[in-house]
Design a protein around this ligand. Structure first.
Ligand code: GGG
Length: 350
């Protein structure tokens, strides 16, 4: 576990308690946690967000549980690249799975939308694209200054994420929507659309749709029922899933899994929110996204039974509505919410 910065350690602590409860109730499952004190504090002390041998040490684990990265004391591009993106790329976690599902009891700002209308899974490309880190900054500080940020879309990288999404859609018997921007991004997204069509020929049983990202953003708000499985690029996925969080209860309920499907490396589970320095240390951060990401971890580790029970317990806490943090209109504190999920898990029994 890497608590990271700001509210990261606070919300992760509740996820750990939930996993410990699962361990106890199951009787067979066992979790051994090792804590890594990495993040911006480490960067301020040592000039790096993780130890030099950090990736080697992490490689031995089955899964990584991450809190949040970012602090006003460290430039955001350093904190992101030195920890979160380093792990995603170093462990080839090329699939980022982000559910956008309106749980019962969760608030929704949209009018005329039924709860079951918001139930999609976004498959975000997580290893290259707009976040490849390719570019340059020339003639810095002069009037000739030129800045390049290059999107990188390899055939292998594009095919594998699209194929993963098709497999998921086939398994779940859902439609698959590809979100791109082929009209303006006349190299990368034209290529993306071509690969989507090509791979799609192998999946005649999967119904597909293609959207431009601007239209997709509008439909997320106006007609979210259009989307079931969604596949998109790194940047578009990052942005659209914050929009997804906004229509499905807020950032406090948005979970993400960074997956290496071949299991050559550990996968990583995180709430998608950042470190929220404005509320860090106040004990009011919502831990439900972190707990939901623990449920994704249980799914990935082959215990979908417990993954579902943890998610059901989150939903019970929302439906009951008595133990919610301020972002959801309540007055509860972070550990109270973790405690309420545990109580619900215990009540449901083994
Ligand atoms: N929970 C991890 C975290 O702090 N994420 C903040 C963030 O900026 N993430 C960018 C991304 O998901 O690519």
């Amino acid at each position: 576990m890497i608590g990271g910065d700001g509210i990261g350690p606070e919300v992760l602590a509740e996820g750990i308690k939930v996993l410990k409860t699962v361990e106890e109730l199951d009787g067979g499952l066992r979790f051994d946690f090792e804590h890594f004190p990495w993040g911006c504090g480490h960067y301020m002390r040592h000039g790096k967000a993780m130890d030099d041998d950090g990736m080697e040490r992490l490689a031995k684990f089955d899964a990584i549980y991450l809190g949040a990265v970012g602090s006003p004391s460290v430039p955001d591009h350093i904190s992101l690249w030195d920890l979160l993106l380093r792990i995603r790329k170093g462990f080839d976690q090329y699939v980022n799975l982000r559910p956008v599902k309106l749980l019962k009891g969760a608030p929704c700002p949209l009018a005329d939308v039924k709860r079951e209308d918001i139930d999609m899974i976004v498959v975000r490309e997580n290893s290259e694209g707009e976040y490849a880190g390719a570019g340059d900054r020339l003639f810095r500080g002069t009037d000739r200054e030129v800045v390049l940020q290059t999107g990188v879309f390899s055939r292998k990288g594009t095919e594998r994420i699209i194929r993963y999404a098709f497999e998921l859609a086939r398994r779940e018997r859902k439609t698959l929507s590809s979100i791109s921007k082929g009209n303006a991004l006349n190299y990368s997204m034209v290529f993306w659309d071509e690969v989507f069509t090509l791979v799609g020929k192998e999946y005649p049983d999967v119904e597909t749709r293609s959207y431009l990202v601007d239209a997709a953003a509008m439909f997320f708000v106006k007609e979210p029922w259009r989307f079931e499985v969604v596949v998109t690029s790194n940047l578009f996925g990052d942005i659209l899933t914050d929009l997804g969080a906004a229509i499905a209860g807020g950032m406090g309920l948005a979970a993400g899994a960074n997956i290496n499907p071949e299991r050559r490396f550990p996968s990583m589970f995180e709430p998608i929110h950042g470190s929220a320095p404005d509320i860090a240390g106040k004990g009011i951060a919502n831990p439900l996204a972190a707990i939901w990401s623990a449920s994704q971890m249980l799914d990935f580790l082959g215990r979908e039974d417990w993954g579902k029970r943890v998610l059901d317990s989150i939903e019970s806490v929302l439906v009951e509505g008595k133990t919610l943090t301020p972002d959801l209109g309540g007055t509860a504190r972070t550990p109270d919410v973790g405690g309420a999920v545990i109580k619900s898990l215990r009540a449901a029994g083994r």
